[in-house]
Design a protein around this ligand. Structure first.
Ligand SMILES: [Cu+2]
Length: 317
């Protein structure tokens, strides 16, 4: 592998921001007790970063298909999606929702898009203006993704008008949510995407029935059709096995398929060695290895869970 100075700079600027981000949880206005329909949702308590970190796995992060959920769409109707953003990581940048033909993924229709800085993760589309100073429970209690054990994300509801429904030709489709975090670079944004497998009915009553109030979207101008990021020469992580059917059996949960970094020595309770999170007593510290003067923020693990080191991150499990 060839290493160049610019590659190292690019890699380090990427790494400096991978501690917290966002993902699409599901269709409808999901409460903190409802698990999302997004692919790989079941990794939420084991590998949350595989849902919320910038994507490197191609279309839909390379996540395996799930049983499709019914989705009724109407031209000009409304649809509510539930997004989750890490506290303090509600980056600026555009976002979009597409319907992709599952049998021919070159066939895409854009249901909505928001351009410019005021994207999905900032107000008014995101409801909570959260900060890293305290945990999710104290900032958005009752609006925390179901199953999340890191206590550092809040749910946000995005209701929009569905366009181009007339152009949808698939029934067996993929709803893809994309978000470009332009907080570091507009030309080389952090790309996020998540997919929900859907069976589409057109011209139904439209939208989901229990959606929240309409939110005014400031800028509906069209985005260029997003192109899946090119995968670097490093092989993409192996796709995860399909999620086991609920309810969970008594047997221990299957091990995550993505190779975990080697466990490190028990944490010292202090930020060191370039870690982005370290365990500390009943919770963990969010560190800022690239900003020496910035104080770490303490977060509690969810009750009944313990913090474990996981590479430069932690897991509350
Ligand atoms: Cu981020």
């Amino acid at each position: 592998m060839k290493f160049t100075v610019s590659a190292l700079i690019a890699a380090s600027s990427f790494l400096s921001t991978v501690s917290a981000h966002g993902f699409l949880s599901g269709i409808g206005r999901l409460s903190s007790s409802e698990r999302g329909q997004v692919r790989n949702y079941d990794l939420i308590d084991r590998q949350i970063d595989s849902l919320r970190n910038p994507t490197e796995g191609g279309l839909c992060r390379g996540a395996p298909r799930k049983k499709p959920v019914p989705l009724s769409l109407t031209e000009g109707g409304s649809l509510t999606l539930t997004q989750a953003f890490s506290i303090g990581a509600q980056h600026i940048g555009p976002c979009a929702v597409e319907i992709i033909d599952a049998k021919d993924t070159s066939k895409k229709v854009t249901l909505t898009s928001v351009s410019g800085d005021r994207g999905c993760a900032v107000q008014p589309l995101a409801q909570f203006d959260t900060n890293k100073g305290s945990d999710a429970k104290s900032q958005c209690n009752g609006k925390i993704p179901a199953g999340l054990v890191t206590n550092d994300m809040c749910l946000h509801y995005w209701t929009f008008e569905t366009k181009n429904v007339n152009k949808i030709t698939c029934t067996d489709c993929i709803l893809r949510w994309t978000w470009d975090g332009t907080h570091i670079s507009k030309s080389n944004p952090e790309r996020y995407e998540n997919c929900i497998d859907v069976t589409i009915t057109k011209n139904g009553k439209g939208g989901n029935s229990d959606e929240g109030p309409e939110i005014e979207i400031p800028d509906q101008s069209k985005l260029p059709v997003p192109v899946p990021p090119t995968v670097p020469s490093v092989p993409a992580p192996a796709p995860n096995k399909p999620s086991p059917p609920a309810p969970k059996p008594e047997t221990p949960a299957p091990k995550p398929q993505v190779p975990a970094p080697k466990p490190e020595t028990p944490s010292t309770g202090a930020c060191s060695n370039g870690a982005y999170m370290v365990c500390d007593g009943t919770g963990f510290l969010v560190c800022h290895p690239d900003q020496a003067s910035r104080a770490p923020a303490f977060m509690q693990c969810a009750s009944g869970t313990k913090c474990r080191s996981w590479g430069k991150y932690i897991q509350c499990a």
